[in-house]
Each structure stands twice: as C-alpha cells, then as structure tokens.
Design a protein around this ligand. Structure first.
Ligand SMILES: [Zn+2]
Length: 472
C-alpha cells in the first residue's frame, strides 16, 4: 500500500499537466495491486543514460591508478592505511560528495619485517615463502624441524591428535585450491590458512607451512589472515608459493626433509583504523540507505590494485555519475570504504556496531571486493514482496552480460556483518577465474586491471545505485 502511494505520487509530479493520464494510472495501479509494479519508464531511461556514461568514463581507472601509486600498499592499522583514509577523504570531497567523514576504530596491529625458508637437508635450497597475517615470529635464528606433510587440512585434523604426535616437526598442509569462476574454492582454502597452525600446535608441531591459498603457479607466495582460535598465540605460520610446495613434496618423496623457517613479524598493540564514508543525501527518504562498499586497506606485499583498489574505484566512480548528471536520488546513496578488512572484516563489524539501529533502513547494500574482471551474475536476497527489485535490476544489467543468479546471497565480507542486523544484501558478482592468481601476492599491481572491464563494473554499480535509490 505504501509502495502504491509512492508510485502514484511520482507520476503526480511528472504528469501534473495531464490529469486524465494521472487518473488512468492511479486506477490501473489500484486494480493490479497484487502484481509487482512495472519499472517506471523514466527510471529506466535515467539508468540507461547512466550506464552509457559509465561505459565511457575513465574515472574508476584514474582513481585506482591514483590510490595504488600515491598510497601503495596499505596494511590495516599502519601509517599507510591512515594515508589511504586521507587520500579517500580528499578524493570524495573533491568529487562533490556530502558528509565525508571517517568513523575510527582500533585493531590489534601486526607487521611483517622479514621472512625466509630453506630446505636444510638433504637438498639445501631456498624456498619462496611469506608469513601469514597475525603469525607470531620465529626466534631470530629461525626454527628447524623435519616436515610432516598432509594432503589436506581434513587429513591433518583426522590424524593422531596426541599432544606429542608431531613434536618438534613442521607441519605442512599441501592442499590445492580449486579454480572456479565464482570463487567457491576459496572457502575451503581459507579453512586451511586459518587452522593449520592451531591443528599443528595441538599435536606439538613447532611451525606450520601451507601451500599458498591461490590458483597460480607463479613463484609468489600468497599471504592472508590466519587465526589462533581459542588457543591464543600459537606457532609461526607461513605460506609456500605453489612451485615451492611442489618442490618440497618431491623432496619428501625421497625421505625425511628438514626445513628452516625464519619469520620476523611483530604483534603490535592497538592501532588506528577507520571507515571512510561519503553520501549523496536522499531527496525524499534520506533515512533509507543504499550502500556501496569496498575496502580501503590491502595486504602489505603489493599496492592492492585488484584487492581492493578496484572496488574503491568502481563504487566511487559509480556514485559520482549521479552527481555528474545532477540526479538526486530519493534515498541516500552512501559510499563506505571499509578499513581493516583483510585482518578480520574489522571495518564491516565496526560499521555494523556503529549503525546497528539503522541497519534495517539499509534497503540495498552491495560491495565490490573480488577484483576487476566483469560482473557476470546478479545474486539477491529479497523478501517475496520485493523480489521485483531484483528482476528490474536484472533487466538493466542483462545488456551488460550479467545473468540472474540466486536469491540467497549473504553479501560479501564487509556487507555480511550488516545483514543479521537487517541490511538487504545484493551481490554483483565478478568473474573470479583469475582472481586468485594474484590475490594477496606481490603481483597484485595496476597492470592486472583492464580499464574496459572496470567500466562494465561501474555501469552495473550505477544501475544498482540509481534503481535502488529510487524504486518504489
Ligand atoms: Zn579484498
């Protein structure tokens, strides 16, 4: 009923000089009240204009070029992440957004200083390795132990769990990640990254190595967060580049292998982080929010072009198109550039806590955090009375090559924490076939971004933003 009233009111303004048409529409609207409303032709036309403009816009590429060049790597809690907040605040202000602000929060800091690994016997040689985020350091001279290899985390978990079972050994989980378009191989791979240390420690191991969570065979190791669970700080943990994991496995096929691991990492105290927020205030329903998210922090190994400089650029450029076209949405369009995503979704959780009271008014929330390849699928999670929002959005995205997915999305990493509080998640899913070739490695650099594909993303996000901010 409320939706129907808004529908008539909008036509009222537009068709003020044509009262008979207005009456006909009002009547038609009442008689078909059970059917979902049609997509308003004016809304569709505006969205199509914005999509066409997005496909010509260079703003997103210019933004990610600027962030990756002028800030570079921006580890959560670091001075570089603070510079990224300054960069974002200045850009969003210059681009004409309103209410540009930082919502600060604190995290437990962590830093990488140096890392190395080598087979010491029987075939001495260096291995390419990187510490996992949160890992404790080894002693300065390193740790040396014989390697106990497991094909998978589940094999390790199923192994003898006596506290002395792997005493003095370096546990090595050599589980391979499956390459998929939708990134579904990542969840299982992350289990390995988070739990290898605690599972090893419980069995007496002195350190943990994993095969990198990634799909490439280049000689870059992939970092990423690990966790100590309820155990508290645990054993030093690092990832091997895929070819080095293969090399170590071949050595193990010949008998016992000793490895020395040296990680110079540092667990710091509380460090500052924050979410950078900017808005286009809603014209008639400013309290209702359409949220466009991405994360500002990156790992320390690279300038974070695809993770997640691209997302920052895509959502900012999309919202900016509304300002360029002088289109003021009915609802508020809010950009949230989350801090400290990589180290445990801290920005998303901080936002969910700070905005708990208004999460049900987040009528649509989407985040771009899966690289810079094209969007290929739309997933939603709409209640039955609003599924037509998804169908209308799909009709706008279809010409961009986007298919209709499920109505079961739980959002992405930073939107996820908002959903239990009442925010409505959307997922504009990017092709992730190559994403985990570069993800969390020194190889996540600007040249991995195709400007043409980036513009397709901006087009999809501007269609999402404009439709959701105006639909009845
Ligand atoms: Zn990310």
């Amino acid at each position: 009923m409320v939706a129907a009233t808004h529908h008539i009111m909008r036509f009222d303004r537009r068709l003020l000089a044509v009262p008979t048409a207005l009456l006909a529409l009002a009547f038609a609207n009442q008689t078909v009240a059970a059917d979902p409303p049609e997509l308003d032709p004016q809304l569709r036309q505006q969205a199509e204009t914005l999509i066409a403009a997005a496909l010509e816009s260079e703003l997103a590429y210019n933004l990610v070029e600027s962030l990756t060049t002028e800030v570079g790597p921006r580890l959560a809690g670091s001075a570089a992440e603070a510079r990224a907040r300054d960069w974002a605040t200045a850009k969003l202000t210059d681009l004409g957004f309103s209410h540009v602000r930082v919502e600060p929060f604190e995290i437990e800091g962590w830093e990488r200083h140096a890392e190395s690994a080598a087979i010491t016997a029987p075939f001495p040689q260096a291995l390419t390795v990187t510490a996992l985020g949160n890992s404790v350091p080894t002693p300065a001279e390193g740790l040396t132990g014989t390697v106990a290899r497991f094909d998978s985390l589940d094999a390790l978990l199923a192994s003898d769990d006596a506290p002395e079972a792997l005493a003095g050994r370096i546990v090595f989980v050599d589980e391979t990640m499956t390459r998929t378009q939708d990134g579904s191989g990542y969840g299982n791979a992350v289990r390995k990254r988070y739990q290898a240390a605690t599972a090893g420690q419980a069995r007496g191991a002195i350190a943990a190595l994993i095969r990198s969570v990634g799909t490439s065979h280049h000689r870059f190791a992939h970092t990423g967060s690990m966790g100590y669970g309820d155990v508290g700080h645990s054993i030093p943990t690092a990832a091997l580049a895929a070819p080095d994991a293969d090399q170590l496995t071949r050595a193990l096929q010949r008998g016992d292998v000793s490895v020395r691991l040296k990680l110079h990492t540092e667990i710091l105290g509380p460090m500052p982080s924050g979410n950078v927020i900017a808005e286009i205030p809603g014209r008639t329903h400013p309290e209702e929010i359409v949220l466009l998210g991405a994360h500002l922090d990156s790992w320390d190994l690279a300038p974070g072009a695809i993770d997640d400089g691209a997302g920052v650029a895509i959502v900012t450029a999309a919202a900016r198109l509304l300002l360029e076209h002088d289109l003021q949405p009915r609802r508020t369009v809010r950009i949230v550039l989350f801090g400290a995503e990589e180290v445990g979704l801290r920005g998303g959780r901080a936002y969910a806590a700070a905005h708990a009271a208004t999460l049900p008014q987040h009528v649509a929330a989407a985040e771009s955090d899966f690289g810079a390849d094209i969007i290929w699928r739309l997933d939603t999670n709409l209640p039955p009375e609003r599924t037509y929002w998804g169908e209308h959005l799909y009709t706008l995205l279809k010409p961009l090559g986007v298919g209709r997915g499920t109505n079961e999305t739980t959002g992405g990493p930073d939107i996820g924490p908002l959903v239990p509080g009442g925010a409505t998640p959307f997922a504009l899913r990017q092709n992730g076939w190559d994403y985990f070739d570069y993800h969390h490695t020194p190889n996540d650099t600007l040249d991995k971004i195709d400007p043409v594909k980036l513009r397709q993303n901006v087009a999809a996000y501007v269609a999402f933003a404009w439709l959701m901010a105006n639909i009845d």
